[in-house]
Design a protein around this ligand. Structure first.
Ligand code: RB5
Length: 140
């Protein structure tokens, strides 16, 4: 599975940890930055990750900023993007199963490393259930 990843400075440390974690699990990653803890603007990373998903260069996106809100709001401006801000494994799994989310967004300053890994595991192992959820997703 190929994943586009991005964060601002607030999410940088978590992004680096999750990159290592995902590569060890066999995922292929495309890192759109940021590449340091220098202050950066989250839209500069949300847009390229969202485009990478809508262009089908990757299967999914993974974004993080301090609260997750700014980078999630930006990604969701793109037609066809369903970015889900998640904070535990149940929310992350349901974002895939019910909402067919194609970007997982994490609030780097509000969850710990283990909680982030739990979200990643749940999101990337769950599949869309279809059925009654199809019409709802289509109405978005
Ligand atoms: C950066 O300080 C912070 O505002 C940003 O990471 C994010 O939380 C915005 O939504």
């Amino acid at each position: 599975m190929k994943i586009a990843i991005g964060s601002d400075h607030a999410g940088f440390q978590l992004k680096e940890k999750l990159k290592k974690y995902l590569i060890e699990k066999g995922f292929e990653l495309k890192d759109f930055g940021t590449y340091s803890e220098d202050r950066a603007d989250y839209p500069d990373f949300a847009h390229p990750v969202a485009l990478s998903v809508t262009n089908k260069e990757v299967d999914f996106g993974l974004l993080m900023c301090g609260t997750g809100n700014g980078i999630n709001m930006t990604a969701n401006k793109h037609k066809g993007i369903r970015a889900a801000l998640c904070w535990n494994s149940e929310v992350a799994a349901l974002a895939r199963r019910h909402n067919d989310a194609n970007i997982l967004t994490l609030p780097a300053r509000c969850i710990n490393e283990q909680e982030a890994k739990d979200c990643v595991d749940a999101f990337f192992s769950a599949t869309f259930e279809g059925g009654r959820h199809i019409e709802r997703v289509n109405k978005i």
